[in-house]
Design a protein around this ligand. Structure first.
Ligand SMILES: Cc1cc2nc3c(=O)[nH]c(=O)nc-3n(C[C@H](O)[C@H](O)[C@H](O)COP(=O)(O)OP(=O)(O)OC[C@H]3O[C@@H](n4cnc5c(N)ncnc54)[C@H](O)[C@@H]3O)c2cc1C
Length: 516
């Protein structure tokens, strides 16, 4: 029997529901978990605080879509205003606006998580069967030539000239139309987001999804969660509606995302029991540059990242332990005209000149790996969530190094000028000026950066003093409360995280169903 996706308008009175497993969040973590559980014949109910936007409602209008599939229209920042937090708030979570880069977790990272953090059952050997299956379901293949837009080709050319290693990025796409509207939700259902894959599977197998339903309060009895109370949101006004849904279940899983899961558990007053809840937050801070080319680049068409530079994935330290370079992936950037207008620094004539030349404006971006850098933390100030993240001394060095490498690769690819999105609109006309990067202020609010890959906050590990969940994804001290998303990662993944999140959910599904 087929399941159903309910919206706010379907709920006209308070509801009480019983199920086997209740999952909070419908992103890569929650949807993959629900898909696996329903495959095993387990009854699931999913809650999603965001709206349900089926593919036929996508209109390719950048600003309309930001209001639907980008939480807070991408305007949330860290508490100090330094970094933009980018995440999903809709059925399918951030996968609806992600780039579909689908990397298996590097073996060195899984080994480190095992040896340094004591994580079990998540070795490469454990995860390969999940990825093999996901490759088929999400149609993951390395990007071929036809999907490389001019900016991708320029990055490939620049890397070759500089002798930097790169690769064709594995992509979760089927019959891609090259529209370039990946970040607005794919109107062709070609990008294999959770919305058009695992969510679809869950509904076909009888799973129930309540969109517009914010999970609020766990009702607990010692170490056992009895039920969960959710508030139905009145979508047209965005305000709390009058109705609630109470779910009784044998197991409850928090899959509310890297920024959401620890927030939910903190709101449920679990910090006293779990001292590191909300700690060790990573977010792959992502500095980027703009570059002006002689020819049209039209960065907003075709897929965002078909070619990536992995030469600097692992940070290099000298014999004394001093940072030398690296610790990030470097990619072509894809921003659309409305976002570019906000992200290109400067005012008046200078800004207008860049905007008039928009088809020739390309750029690059990179994700700093949160591993040896200082990690952040989420705390509640009353009802208000505060996200703190200070990249620390090494993190700051990585940011400057990544900016320099982006300047070099754009010039190597033939850029006429490179513009840094800092408060001084620093402009370079030659790679010889690279030292100006050392003078760029990294104080909050001076350099635009995004954070699309949150991790941590509910770190996995054996000890309740230093972690929140065990290797079975079960919250320490609870019989039936679990976490299944990027918030369990002990550090950043060192590549884009979606495929790690999904493979971890395969493991979580086995643990949870085994304990029912
Ligand atoms: C622009 C962009 C591009 C990206 N590109 C890539 C890429 O190419 N490759 C890659 O691997 N990764 C990419 N990422 C990151 C990737 O999309 C995310 O890491 C991943 O989708 C996160 O999955 P998740 O399940 O952990 O969380 P989410 O997708 O954030 O899902 C959590 C869901 O829980 C819901 N929720 C939160 N709190 C509650 C509550 N109290 N009650 C009910 N629901 C709640 C949220 O609304 C959300 O929908 C990108 C991210 C962005 C922003």
């Amino acid at each position: 029997m087929s399941g159903k996706i309910y919206e706010w308008k379907d709920i006209t009175e308070n509801r009480k529901i019983k199920t086997r497993v209740c999952i909070i969040g419908t992103g890569c973590g929650g949807a993959t978990l629900a898909s696996e559980l329903t495959k095993l014949g387990v009854d699931v109910v999913m809650l999603e605080q965001g709206g349900y936007y089926p593919t036929y409602t996508f209109d390719n209008h950048e600003l309309n879509m930001a209001g639907k599939v980008s939480a807070e229209r991408n305007l949330q920042t860290t508490a100090d205003g330094a970094i933009n937090l980018v995440y999903g708030n809709n059925v399918g979570g951030a996968s609806v606006h992600y780039w579909a880069d689908s990397y298996r977790t590097p073996a060195d990272r899984l080994e480190m998580w095992q040896s340094e953090y004591g994580i079990e059952h998540h070795t490469e050997k454990d995860l390969i069967p999940a990825w093999d299956e996901l490759d088929k379901r999400l149609n993951v293949h390395p990007a071929t030539d036809e999907y490389l837009n001019p900016m991708n080709r320029l990055v490939e050319k620049g890397a070759k000239r500089l002798g930097w290693s790169g690769h064709r990025v594995p992509q979760a796409r089927k019959h891609c139309q090259k529209s370039g509207h990946c970040m607005q939700g794919c109107a062709f259902a070609a990008k294999q987001s959770q919305l058009v894959t695992h969510i679809d599977d869950v509904v076909k197998r009888g799973g129930t999804i309540y969109s517009d339903a914010r999970a609020e309060r766990l009702k607990m009895d010692g170490g056992k969660v009895r039920s969960l109370l959710a508030r139905v949101i009145d979508r047209p006004s965005g305000k709390d509606g009058p109705y609630t849904i109470e779910i009784e279940a044998d197991a409850f899983v928090v899959a509310a995302g890297g920024f959401g899961s620890s927030t939910f558990l903190l709101k449920n007053d679990l910090k006293k029991k779990l001292p590191v809840l909300g700690e060790f937050l990573g977010m792959n801070p992502s500095p980027f540059v703009h570059a002006l080319y002689a020819q049209d680049v039209i960065q907003w068409r075709n897929i965002p990242a078909g070619f990536g530079v992995d030469h600097f994935r692992k940070p290099v330290y000298d014999a004394k332990g001093n940072y030398v370079e690296g610790g990030y992936l470097l990619m072509p950037n894809q921003l659309h005209p409305g976002t570019l207008a906000a992200m290109i620094p400067g005012m008046g004539k200078e800004h207008q000149q860049w905007m008039s030349a928009l088809p020739r404006v390309g750029g690059t971006i990179g994700w700093i790996d949160d591993v040896r850098t200082e990690l952040g933390r989420i705390e509640m100030d009353g009802d208000v969530r505060k996200v703190h993240y200070s990249f620390g001394r090494v993190g700051a060095m990585m940011i400057r190094d990544l900016l320099k490498k982006q300047v070099l690769i754009n010039f190597a690819a033939g850029a006429e000028k490179v513009l840094i999105p800092d408060n001084r609109a620093t402009l370079l006309t030659s790679p010889d000026q690279i030292d100006v990067i050392d003078g760029i202020s990294l104080r909050p609010g001076t350099l635009l950066m995004a954070a699309p890959h949150p991790s941590g906050g509910c770190r996995m590990g054996a000890d309740a003093k230093t972690s929140v969940v065990n290797s079975e994804h079960r919250v320490h001290g609870f019989d039936n409360l679990y976490v299944a998303d990027s918030s369990v990662f002990p550090t950043g993944v060192s590549v884009d995280p979606s495929y790690t999140i999904m493979a971890f959910s395969y493991v979580a599904a086995r643990s949870i169903s085994g304990a029912l």
